[in-house]
Design a protein around this ligand. Structure first.
Ligand code: ADP
Ligand code: MG
Length: 539
């Protein structure tokens, strides 16, 4: 964490107004500094171990004279020592006292999937209590900055409330622009809080800065997405490698669900000449005709050689149902990387591993082991959880709801949400898309693709883990207020809006018994949870 002084210096470079300050090491110097600066002044402890200075009695405001500054020096040092005997005290900051103003917070954090995120809201010491915060993923446009300002519940306090004069909204826009530039240009800054930023009728002043930097700049994973031909998802022939006659095996269930496939189905098993009534082959190479897709259920260690063989055979897509890869740790990850390398060498594309695979009801394809295949329909369902697929498919049968595609994405070692979105976008049977997301790796690319797909087909994203907030022990307010769930929600809000009439209806949060209400575009509904707005027409 940079010291407050270093933070101020950085902000000043970006034309963000901060108070004049001086660092002193003894009471006499504090008194001289106070006199030079002009009272009243504020004095603050400087210690790397004291993050929240007020908690340690490390901030004194309204120091009105030389003498008071002398006394404050000792008092602050004593308070800090009493708070944490081990704390290294590097000195005391004497700074100009800013006029009282509306206390706001501007913060930033780095999300593992989406990168740099900017937050804005009501600041001061009660931010966690008020939780009146909004966020955007960088970069943001001026328009988005204005929307952020408008969407906090306390916006009337900026616009002018009950006879009070409006505050400098344009000045605030410029400051947020500058803060965004500061965050984007300083790669090593991973998190920061400017809290409070005092906003006046004219101008503003940042009176605290907490900036966290790193030596190891983490870059979001960037993957190539070579286009996947549509026909890869509509194979004419499928081989099941590891097909089984033993009903306790996965290779049995997979084979069983594929028996309705109207194309060519080839069980591959090196021990039996026949599986579930079909002629079996000892290896995929032994099949006397071309094979478009292979479903792999053999143990993880055998997967590399099987994929190699599929490549040699000219298979275009493999569905690796087998688990025991990246999800198992570094060894599994290495095995998975090997599989990806081999597949790449042959131009074979991969669904999975560690997945249920793919159900295309209109074409009688079902590589999963769900109890009963779903009916054909117009919804594409892309899910990161196999258990959710099982439940949803069961439920859909009872509700008479069909699917164009159900895809269990698994570890996404090759094809991922982005490729599947591209596929269902083009798939003529798909009219709407639902995703169940646990985690994505390249959030920026995801937003870009979802926004394109959402132009032509409605996309609904369900994000798991909504109760997991940012680390409670985070050293910045921003860290604890903008957990990954909030960032995911912001990413989907960004791309929403293809439906002009319905997209801005407010759905009451499940706990509040309050009726939905129409809202102007992208405005928060003050009474309800502002992030629960969804398009009713799409539900
Ligand atoms: P903390 O580490 O506890 O967040 P701050 O530096 O934010 O410490 O100071 C606590 C409070 O003191 C601020 O929220 C603000 O209200 C007030 N304050 C701090 N610096 C100044 C200043 N230069 N002028 C006026 N008020 C200040
Ligand atoms: Mg503060």
């Amino acid at each position: 964490m940079l010291s407050e002084a270093e933070g101020y210096d950085l902000l000043r470079k970006y034309e963000i107004p901060v108070p004049e300050y001086q660092i002193v090491k003894n009471g006499e110097d504090a008194a001289t500094a106070a006199e030079k600066m002009g009272c009243p002044v504020v004095m603050k402890i400087i210690s790397p171990q004291i993050v929240h200075k007020s908690d340690a009695g490390g901030v004194m405001v309204g120091i009105g004279s030389k003498k008071a500054a002398l006394g404050a020096f000792t008092r602050i040092i004593d308070n800090a020592k009493a708070y944490n005997a081990e704390a290294q005290i590097e000195g005391i900051m004497v700074e100009q006292q800013a006029e009282p103003g509306l206390e706001l917070i501007i913060g930033g954090r780095t999300d593992p999937a989406f990168g740099k995120v900017i937050t804005f809201g009501m600041g001061g010491t009660m931010v966690e209590l008020m939780k009146d915060i909004t966020l955007r993923i960088l970069p943001v446009t001026d328009e988005e900055i204005r929307q952020m300002i408008h969407e906090i519940n306390a916006y009337p306090l900026i616009a002018g409330y009950r006879g009070s004069k409006p505050r400098d909204e344009e000045g605030l826009v410029r400051i947020i622009q500058n803060v965004c530039r500061f965050f984007e240009e300083n790669e090593n800054v991973v998190e920061f809080d400017i809290n409070p930023l005092r906003l006046y009728e004219s101008g503003a002043c940042a009176v605290d800065a907490r900036v966290i930097v790193t030596d190891h700049v983490h870059k979001a994973e960037r993957k190539e997405h070579p286009p996947v031909p549509l026909e890869y998802f509509t194979p004419r022939s499928i081989a099941v490698i590891g097909a089984s006659q033993d009903s306790s095996k996965m290779g049995y269930a997979v084979m069983h669900n594929l028996l309705h496939f109207p194309g060519q189905l080839y069980p591959v098993n090196n021990k039996r000449p026949e599986i579930q009534g079909l002629k079996a082959y000892p290896t995929i190479s032994a099949i006397p005709a071309p094979v478009d897709m292979a479903v792999i259920t053999v143990p993880a260690v055998n997967v590399p050689s099987v994929v190699e063989e599929c490549g040699a055979k000219g298979v275009s897509m493999v569905v690796i149902v087998t688990a025991g890869f990246k999800e198992m740790g570094p060894e599994g990850k290495a095995l998975e990387d090997r599989v990806v390398q081999i597949a790449k060498g042959h131009g074979v594309r991969i669904i999975g591993p560690n997945c249920l695979g793919l159900i295309v009801p209109p074409r009688g394809i079902d590589t999963t082991y769900v109890h009963q295949s779903p009916k054909p329909g117009n919804i594409a369902f892309l899910s990161q959880s196999g258990a959710i697929i099982n439940t949803v498919v069961d439920w859909s049968l009872a509700q008479n709801i069909g699917f164009s595609n159900v895809i269990s994405v698994g570890n996404q070692c090759d094809l991922d949400f982005i490729d599947y979105l591209r596929y269902v976008e083009k798939d003529p049977k798909t009219k709407a898309i639902i995703m169940y997301i646990e985690q994505i790796s390249d959030g920026k690319k995801f937003m870009e693709v979802v926004s394109e797909v959402a132009q032509s087909k409605p996309v609904i994203a369900i994000k798991s883990g909504s109760s997991r907030r940012g680390s409670a022990a985070a050293s910045s307010h921003t860290g604890s207020l903008s957990g990954s769930y909030e960032v995911y929600m912001a990413s989907v809000q960004e791309v929403r809006g293809h439906c002009g009439t319905h997209a801005d209806r407010c759905i009451p949060c499940s706990t509040d018994a309050c009726p939905p209400q129409a809202l102007p575009p992208r405005q928060a509904c003050g009474r309800h949870h502002k992030r629960r707005r969804l398009c009713r027409a799409l539900l």
